[in-house]
Design a protein. Structure first.
Length: 654
């Protein structure tokens, strides 16, 4: 127990052994800081898990970490007084980065929530430090209304957009108990000034033909809508309606995703942008961006593939411009801000495959409540004010039956054959379904970012994902030259062909790709040092490469511990041991076999990486690396039935 006073309110907090006393700033002669704020006391006992409401379990780690976070607030009598230190949230963790101050919403939440487990309700030390934090946050605002992030004079769209959200949330919290009343009016003024800056049609955010960072603009719209809802302003409301209209026409790629740094980013779209749209709609009481959500459903249904064993989904990660995302667990951690976007399911039921089910979350929370483990403290850098911010917002996760029904309607599940090419200017996003596989590729102009071009994924309806390329530092699928030039970081201008007759490809326009009998795509890269042709047959994928310098073909295999791997030597004899020179490798998974063969004996290696998939770590990336020169023809085949192999186990690392 935390300790319960009369009336049942938990109040036992105190200074743990080792908690520092208030001290003066470094270098003070007497060690006394005349501006010192009282320290927030640490909890003296472990929180009782069963006292937490099921929707609030996610805040428990923040409760036990709150004293450390709050006590990191600078209380010196200097210009940095009120700054959050300790690196708890955002980088760079400099005192001039306004985004580090977003944690004020977390402090305000605990200071104003009457719960049996909350020892910090109306805590004077916490309120004093929150006061300093908000003062500092408002002081960082430029006269024009914007906040800085990376440089003192910067007018940051992201910092300003999210400041409107977190400061308004802080104000709403403070009003619950009429706490820190002297701050209410300054917060309203600061947020209104920010809203005017953001909604101004002359703002740089509205000048480009497309919105480059969707999450930031959506955060601004949501923050402005939230502020107007709680403190109405007719002029700002009219400006907001106009900017929402501007956003609707410029935020979405013709391919279906919402722009992030000039391209696709599944992680940002799912975990940041969609929840912000849901919150925007909730604050407006209407759904102006519903068509954009429906377009995203179509995109995500092509870009995400479900694993047949129910572990989760594998995303089209290679084109991601900002945040690598290797997988999406079937059951997300409690408190995942993505849960808020489930509010959109009423109008867009096709989103259901991308959320935890009600039954899974119920079981997860029941297990948490019954656990005897201590609630672990958060590490600096592991906090996210959004986790606490969404606790009061509506969350409507899908029931299992709804998720299963929606998953069964995903395109690669209900169709055995289609070719879909989605384009945005020079970027080509290719989705190819054939009876024995589903494949993704990203071709054309590569954004100057984390995106990686080339083949990206190979999936089988029974066996799941066998090959998966990543973005950023993730493993690429393609050629790497010995001088470090790579296919995956090059522009790959595609030429589309229809192989009507063997050996007689006919050029076709991108608009005719869907009707090609046998699709063939050619591209060159690395100043002509690489020529590649990929042919998409119903029963196999053929990839022919010609390299003008020593190179390695790399294929990122996604293997399970119970997969079996066998090799064919230069004579075509199969065995469990890798020969010095080989002509093929096979992976057997349940009733499905992947066979990758090449046209002559070559040196090949299969190297395990530290890239694991899903919370249960059931899959691990292994890099198949084959030395190539001149022309090499590869055949990649997925089929049901036994492999031509003597089994050799892939052992999981301990």
């Amino acid at each position: 127990m935390l300790g319960v006073a009369a009336g049942g309110t938990a109040v036992v907090i105190g200074r743990k052994d080792g908690d520092p006393p208030a001290e003066g700033p470094p270098g003070s002669s007497d060690g006394i800081n005349p501006g010192a704020l009282p320290k927030v006391a640490s909890l003296v006992a472990e929180p009782e898990r069963e006292e937490f409401g099921w929707n609030e379990q996610a805040c428990a780690p923040y409760l036990v970490s709150l004293a450390a976070i709050a006590n990191g607030i600078d209380d010196s009598l200097t210009s940095t007084r009120g700054a959050f230190t300790g690196g708890w949230w955002r980088t760079p963790a400099s005192v001039g980065n306004a985004r580090t101050s977003e944690l004020v919403s977390v402090l305000s939440w605990f200071a104003t929530r009457d719960r049996p487990w909350n020892a910090y309700l109306r805590d004077e030390a916490l309120l004093a430090r929150l006061n300093a934090g908000v003062d500092r946050y408002l002081a960082l605002q430029h006269p024009g209304g914007a906040w800085p992030e990376y440089a003192p004079d910067e007018e940051s769209l992201a910092a300003t957009a999210f400041a409107m959200n977190y400061l308004t949330r802080t104000l709403v919290n403070l009003r619950k108990t009429d706490a820190l009343a002297d701050l209410h009016a300054p917060i309203v003024r600061g947020v209104r000034r920010a809203a005017r800056w953001f909604l101004d049609p002359d703002n740089a955010a509205w000048q480009d033909p497309t919105i480059q960072f969707s999450n930031q603009v959506l955060a601004g719209l949501t923050g402005a809508a939230k502020a107007i809802r709680h403190d109405p302003d007719r002029e700002l409301s009219m400006q907001l309606d106009k900017r929402i209209s501007d956003t609707a026409s410029r935020i979405q790629s013709p391919a279906g995703f919402l722009y992030e740094d000039g391209g696709s980013d599944v992680g940002y779209n799912l975990s940041v942008s969609l929840p912000l749209i849901a919150e925007l709609h909730d604050n407006l009481g209407r759904t102006p961006l519903l068509p954009q959500v429906q377009g995203m459903v179509e995109w995500l249904s092509l870009a995400m593939v479900p694993e047949p064993d129910g572990s989760g989904l594998i995303p089209f990660d290679a084109p991601s411009t900002r945040t690598p995302m290797a997988y999406l667990d079937a059951t997300a951690r409690d408190g995942d801000p993505r849960d808020l976007a489930a509010h959109l399911l009423r109008r867009t039921p096709g989103l259901a495959p991308f959320f935890t089910t009600q039954e899974e979350r119920h079981a997860q929370r029941a297990q948490w409540a019954s656990s005897s483990d201590s609630v672990g403290e958060l590490e600096p850098g592991a906090t996210n004010p959004r986790v606490v911010d969404v606790l009061d917002l509506p969350q409507t996760l899908p029931p299992r039956a709804q998720k299963q029904a929606a998953t069964a309607q995903m395109p690669m599940i209900i169709h055995e054959r289609f070719t879909e090419l989605r384009r945005d200017a020079g970027q080509h996003y290719l989705f190819v379904r054939r009876p024995s596989y589903y494949a993704q590729a990203f071709l054309g102009e590569r954004p100057p970012s984390n995106a990686r071009t080339g083949l990206a994924l190979l999936w089988h309806p029974g066996g799941g994902t066998f090959i998966h390329a990543g973005s950023g530092g993730g493993p690429a699928w393609g050629v790497t030259f010995d001088d470090d030039r790579t296919e995956a970081t090059a522009d790959l201008p595609p030429e589309y062909l229809d192989v009507n007759e063997p050996g007689r490809p006919v050029p076709t326009r991108p608009s005719g790709v869907a009707d090609a009998r046998t699709l063939q795509i050619s591209w060159s890269a690395c100043d002509g040092a690489l020529q590649c042709t990929t042919t998409w047959h119903d029963d196999q994928l053929q990839r022919s490469i010609v390299v003008g310098a020593p190179a390695t073909e790399q294929i990122p295999l996604l293997l399970r511990a119970d997969d079996t791997v066998t090799w064919a030597d230069e004579s075509g004899v199969w065995g469990a041991l890798r020969p010095p020179s080989s002509t093929a490798v096979a992976v057997r998974r349940g009733g499905t076999t992947l066979t990758i063969s090449w046209d002559r004996p070559l040196a090949a290696l299969l190297q395990a990486t530290d890239r694991w998939y899903f919370a249960d770590r059931t899959r691990r990336t292994h890099l198949l690396r084959i030395r190539v020169w001149g022309r090499t023809d590869f055949c990649i085949r997925l089929h049901d039935g036994p492999a031509p192999t003597t089994p050799g186990d892939v052992q999981p690392s301990t």
